[in-house]
Design a protein around this ligand. Structure first.
Ligand code: SF4
Ligand code: SF4
Length: 393
């Protein structure tokens, strides 16, 4: 859907919502002003619509403006997204509206973290703070509302003294209001460790109907919410598509409502890159009830392999070459589910695998709990190792 059509549709009219929606955000009621559903983000006290904006792949400030005017409040980016252009695009738009009318979250990935998720001598506070300074200047703000340590997968990173101290210092200085961690691997362990540490305000975690360890996820999220942490869900659409050819879409409405049926999830950040996606998300923001039919459809979809890798690592011990299979599967999802070869390429490059790393292996002994053909997917996605990034970005 083009911007013009979006504004002709009832939703933008609902953006008579525009300013009213944002005023309503300051209030405390659960359903008011256009029936947006709000929840409180744990001890931060922030009242947020249950659907927020995952900006990661968006490069269109008109889309951000329409979401803001449609009542969305939280916009989630990261230092590394689109080589910094994602933060710059947000900074250009948000410098035109009052600072207190939006909530900004960004993420900084500590340097020097190895493939197993452990810190090294290069994981320093200096480097972390340098990257944060760059993010602030791109975003054109004096402070961000939430700063996440980006992509922590281990208890060691949750407790990494230098990075934690740097983040707490930023909070004391008022350059960050709340600190958190984003995680999409070993999430229950990461969340439980965060709860034990007691210093973290918010967790941003993968959470969707396709996760095979959903009981552990539910239990960790429940503990986090009970301990006062804000819980933000990502990867809610589980890759968006069920097949490489993009002929079978995930039922977006049902998938997002399924996530929101857990009251311990305070808001969600589905990725939005087009006006028709925004239209769907603005509708769900006002009607989160999962119907029996949607639930049945989701459960039927859940039995298909799809594109979403749990990052459960069950396959990894079966691979004699110790390939970073979960990361390569995620890159595959970025390429075919998100249709974003640049993001996939960045991830393939982080893993440092070469093209066709399975070449010397006669039989694939790594088995996927979801039934993925791991070898075929790796052969396909690892071709990106030979493609210069600037051709894709
Ligand atoms: S085919 Fe590839 S993924 Fe499978 S076991 Fe061999 S190296 Fe590992
Ligand atoms: S490829 Fe399959 S088994 Fe391996 S991490 Fe992903 S979902 Fe788990």
């Amino acid at each position: 859907m083009k911007r013009r059509n979006f504004f002709r549709s009832g939703l933008a009219g609902a953006a008579g919502i525009t300013l009213m929606g944002n005023r309503a955000l300051a209030g405390n009621s659960k359903r008011d002003e256009g029936e947006i559903v709000y929840r409180t983000l744990g001890r931060t006290g922030l009242r947020l619509p249950v659907v927020s904006f995952g900006v990661m792949r968006a490069d269109n400030s008109a889309l951000v403006k329409a979401a803001y005017e449609g009542g969305m409040k939280l916009f989630d980016t990261a230092h590394g997204y689109m080589n910094g252009r994602n933060e710059e695009m947000l900074g250009n738009f948000f410098s035109t509206v009052p600072r207190e009318s939006f909530v900004l979250a960004t993420k900084v990935k500590p340097a020097g973290v190895d493939r197993t998720g452990l810190p090294s001598k290069d994981t320093t506070a200096e480097r972390f703070l340098e990257m944060f300074d760059i993010s602030l200047s791109r975003l054109k703000v004096d402070y961000v509302d939430i700063l996440y340590m980006h992509s922590a997968d281990t208890a060691e990173m949750v407790r990494h003294k230098e990075t934690v101290k740097a983040m707490l210092d930023l909070k004391k200085q008022g350059r960050v209001r709340f600190i958190g961690i984003s995680t999409h691997k070993n999430e229950p362990l990461v969340i439980n460790t965060m709860v034990e540490e007691g210093i973290w305000d918010v967790v941003l975690t993968s959470y969707n109907y396709r996760q095979t360890y959903i009981d552990e996820m539910n239990s960790a999220i429940e503990k986090a919410a009970a301990a006062g942490m804000g819980v933000v869900a990502m990867k809610t659409l589980a890759g968006g598509w069920l097949d490489r050819e993009r002929t079978k879409p995930v039922n977006v409405q049902a998938a997002l409502r399924w996530v929101l049926s857990n009251p311990n999830v305070h808001t969600t950040i589905p990725g939005i890159t087009a006006f028709d996606q925004l239209e769907t998300d603005l509708k769900i923001m006002r009607d989160i009830v999962l119907t029996d039919q949607e639930k049945a459809e989701l459960m039927a979809e859940a039995s298909l392999p799809g594109l979403y890798c749990n990052a459960c690592s069950n396959c990894v011990p079966g691979c004699p070459n110790n390939l970073p299979i979960p990361e390569l599967m995620r890159a595959y999802m970025y390429a075919y589910g998100y249709h974003n070869a640049a993001m996939a390429s960045e991830l393939v490059s982080e893993t440092a695998v070469e093209s066709n790393p399975c070449a010397g292996c006669d039989t694939c002994t790594a088995h996927c709990v979801r039934g993925f053909d791991i070898r075929a997917k790796i052969s396909d996605i690892s071709r990106l190792a030979n493609v210069p990034y600037d051709l894709l970005a």
